[in-house]
Design a binder for this molecule. Structure first.
Ligand code: F55
Length: 831
């Protein structure tokens, strides 16, 4: 609620708010004010952390006027809003992004220099908010960046996990161990807690029938317990456009009622324990990125944040007397995968139980307020919640889900009379192996639109994963190919290239990435190619500097930097890359080739494995063991190096990607929904070696076959082979190169003679090989040979790399946002 003197009378209290003066002197004054009077530290006695926190807060204060202004404008002239519902936002560091978007970098550089402070040291102090697992969470962060840059009204809703994605540490032996990511420990200068706008969220209890005022029988929920959701707001600044949108992350706390009633046995200490219980809900991000754990706490997280968000929108953003039948004109909730899908029965419940609507009225509204994005094709990644768990935690929602299903199955039966097999296949409720709620089916039924994240993925969704739904509602299904923000991943991460581009074609590309097309003619300009190579070399040198300081490694920058950075998963096939490394190594130590005959490479891995994913952790271990042996073997003469920095995250991505020559996108065709690292690498001038999978298909079409190293089975070929019955053994038997590589691993060569530690990997490859590593091995080697040959002609290589940059403007998340507007949200979200 607004305070008592909310109507401003004093002239200085009038909006528009005016930010501090944008000069070096003014910035110095503001900064010292912050350091002295907020951090309580005189410059001479301040720690680096004080200095960083003061800098973050000062920069934030410069953004504040835009934020207030944007919010006021959106209140006064409301347009349809996007409510982006995502359980993950993998934001990366905030300081440089804020400096870039607010155009304050130069002022801050000079101000810090004037104070004798090292800006780079302050930058390094920031701990990135790692509130996501991988591509899906980073995509959400790119999307909110683009929406702010395009001045689209959007609130990103999510969870303020106290612990984000774990910090990966390697044991001396090379095994992954997980340390807690205590990202809030040194202070959180970018967030605004707003306990005034707390929301109550209930759980448990039971449902009952009662008679309303007019004597009609109705159902209602009598919850067992509840918690408070506290919003923490983050600014999302647009790129130099005076706009700042909001990211609203929810944190769970106990309600006072909770202390008194639920937990309290008259004991104060017990009452305080209630706090801990409630706070558990937003305590930690689940680190599984493909096999969701059917844990009660996870469902609590999902319901907690969507209930907070919908409530916040209905009561905090909409005016009191708003006619809810017009809700679909005002809001579209975009569901980032199935994680927020419980929002659908939640909106139904609010309309039915709190607003007294009948079912048809409530459904008419709800079925127009949501759109659903699917990010996977792996069956094991589709969330199915045990019905008894849903019933225990959210009994009213379970009833509503059954109601939605009954109505839906009536439609299926009417459309396909007598086809009970189809009814069972399409049902939201699975009966086996346990009674479960298929969240993707619920989303497909309730959403106005369903999209995949790359063309191939959307086709496979339509033709395989959700085929029955696509036949029933063909207009519902669409594609929006993913994109990445050029601000963070080119302009900010790759200054040498960004400056070269800007000096060549101007700076319009930062907002309109298709302008990169204007670089095409320069691919044939020798001076430009030389400048392009110099930029790449600068990035490689920067990365080599980091490797030297943090890992005591010497990386020769004239070697090909071969980069595979992404979550560790069998379908992404880090093992295939490893087999290529071992093959090259074996060919040297066996004397088949001399070291001088191989194209010198530095292979760079970055990957976290889900802590409970045994095979993924074994693969990490093996990569590290191979790295140790290869790097130390003098016969290799340093012409093959394998580096695997621990704890790959957004910050590391920003250092590694600009330095890449070669981008490894080698998933089994039909498994990688899109990939977004592939786009970042291509935009930073790496050539791709890749399968016909996910967005690789579109990258190759755009850059041209001659600028892309394609290999491997296609999705239909994979499907055929698996139908016939795939046997990895036959590939092993018939390929001597493969036999030698696997044989060397199996012999214990990389594991101090210990063959037992490689047993699980080798055994699985030869017996199962679910992701057809052996089937694609030879084709991959052949493609790598083409890479070697191509790298030998530096001028031709640069030409291809430049064309990759020039032709990948399509992969801007700004374009992705325009596609969401055109195909899903409607033009009403633009003013
Ligand atoms: C996180 C939690 C669960 Cl329970 C399941 C999946 C995830 C997750 O992180 N998924 C993910 O990152 N998927 C990826 O999404 C990207 C963005 O659309 C795609 O590019 C990528 O292909 C896909 O694997």
């Amino acid at each position: 609620r607004l305070g008592p003197r909310a109507a401003p009378t004093h002239p200085l209290a009038l909006v528009p708010a005016v930010g501090p003066e944008r000069t070096v002197d003014a910035f110095v004054r503001e900064y010292l004010e912050e350091l002295n009077f907020s951090q309580g530290a005189p410059l001479a006695r301040s720690t680096v952390n004080h200095q960083y926190l003061a800098l973050a807060r000062t920069v934030r204060s410069y953004l504040m006027a835009d934020w207030l202004e944007t919010a006021a404008r959106r209140r006064e002239q409301p347009t349809k809003m996007v409510g982006y519902l995502s359980a993950e936002y993998l934001l990366g560091r905030q300081l440089d992004n804020a400096l870039l978007n607010s155009d304050l970098a130069e002022i801050v550089e000079q101000a810090m220099a004037a104070l004798g402070l090292d800006l780079n040291e302050l930058r390094a102090q920031e701990v990135e908010p790692g509130l996501g697992n991988g591509g899906l969470g980073r995509l959400a962060a790119c999307f909110v960046d683009s929406l702010a840059t395009m001045d689209v009204s959007c609130i990103g809703f999510g969870i303020r996990y106290e612990y984000g994605i774990f910090t990966q540490v390697f044991t001396p032996d090379g095994r992954q161990v997980e340390a807690p990511d205590n990202w809030l420990a040194l202070g959180a200068p970018w967030e605004f807690p707003n306990p005034d706008r707390a929301v109550r969220v209930s759980f448990g209890g039971h449902t009952e029938t009662y008679a309303d005022d007019s004597g009609r029988e109705r159902r209602r929920w009598v919850p067992g317990w509840s918690v408070r959701g506290i919003p923490y707001n983050y600014m999302v600044p647009g790129y130099r456009n005076g706009v700042a949108n909001t990211l609203r992350l929810w944190s769970a706390e106990a309600t006072s009622a909770f202390d008194l009633e639920t937990f309290n046995s008259g004991d104060y200490v017990d009452a305080v324990r209630a706090q801990t219980f409630a706070q558990n809900i937003s305590k930690v991000l689940y680190p599984e990125d493909s096999t969701p754990q059917g844990r009660e706490l996870r469902l609590q997280q999902q319901y907690f944040f969507v209930a907070c968000s919908i409530n916040d929108y209905l009561h905090g953003t909409l005016s009191k007397d708003f006619d809810l039948t017009r809700l679909p004109e005002q809001i579209i909730f975009q569901l980032n995968d199935t994680h927020p899908v419980i929002a659908i029965p939640e909106l139904m419940r609010i309309l039915l139980d709190e607003h007294g609507m009948n079912w048809d009225q409530a459904w008419a509204i709800t079925s127009r307020c949501f759109a659903y994005t699917c990010h996977t094709l792996l069956p094991e990644a589709l969330e199915v919640w045990p019905a008894d768990l849903v019933g225990r935690l959210l009994p009213r929602h379970l009833e509503i889900i059954y109601g939605i299903n009954d109505q839906f199955l009536d439609l299926v039966r009417a459309t396909y009379p007598g086809d009970e097999l189809r009814v069972r296949a399409m049902s939201i409720v699975a009966e086996a192996p346990f009674k479960g709620i298929r969240m993707a089916h619920l989303a497909a039924v309730a959403a106005t639109k369903v999209n995949g994240v790359a063309e191939l993925h959307s086709t496979l969704l339509r033709e395989k994963v959700l085929v029955d739904f696509a036949r029933l509602w063909p207009e519902k299904f669409t594609n929006v190919t993913n994109g990445v923000t050029p601000r963070r991943f080119v302009r900010m991460a790759n200054r040498p290239l960004a400056d070269l581009i800007t000096s060549t074609i101007g700076d319009g590309w930062v907002r309109d990435l298709e302008k990169l097309r204007e670089l095409e003619p320069y691919a044939d300009d020798a001076a430009f190619r030389e400048a392009f190579r110099a930029a790449k070399r600068a990035n490689k040198e920067r990365l080599a500097g980091i490797a030297l300081r943090t890992g005591d490694l010497v990386l020769p920058t004239d070697h090909l930097f071969d980069v595979m950075v992404k979550r560790l998963h069998e379908y992404k096939r880090q093992l295939l890359k490893l087999l290529h490394i071992v093959t090259t190594y074996e060919s040297i130590i066996s004397g088949e080739v001399t070291p001088e005959q191989v194209t010198p490479r530095v292979v760079i891995f970055g990957a976290k494995a889900a802590p409970g994913y045994r095979m993924a952790k074994e693969i990490i271990h093996l990569i590290n063991r191979v790295a140790a042996v290869v790097n130390a073997d003098e016969r290799v003469c340093g012409r093959l190096q394998v580096v695997f920095p621990a704890n790959y995250n957004v910050t590391l991505a920003e250092r590694i990607i600009p330095a890449a020559d070669l981008s490894e996108q080698i998933s089994l065709a039909g498994k990688e929904a899109s990939g977004t690292g592939n786009m970042k690498l291509a935009l930073n001038g790496a050539l791709t070696i890749g399968t016909d999978d996910g967005a690789n298909v579109e990258i190759r079409r755009l850059v041209g076959d001659e600028n892309f190293f394609l290999f491997g089975l296609t999705e239909p070929e994979v499907a055929d082979l698996q139908r016939q019955g795939y046997s990895p053994g036959s590939y092993f038997e018939s390929n001597p190169t493969l036999r030698r590589a696997i044989g060397l691993i199996a012999s214990g060569h990389f594991t101090d003679g210990d063959r037992s530690v490689v047993g699980p990997i080798v055994g699985d490859l030869l017996a199962n090989d679910r992701y057809l590593v052996l089937a694609d091995f030879q084709s991959y080697l052949d493609a790598q040979a083409r890479v070697d040959a191509a790298y030998g002609d530096q001028d031709a290589w640069s030409r291809s790399a430049i064309l990759n940059v020039a032709r990948c403007g399509f992969f801007s998340s700004d374009r992705a946002m325009r596609d969401y507007i055109d195909r899903i949200w409607g033009a009403e979200v633009r003013r």
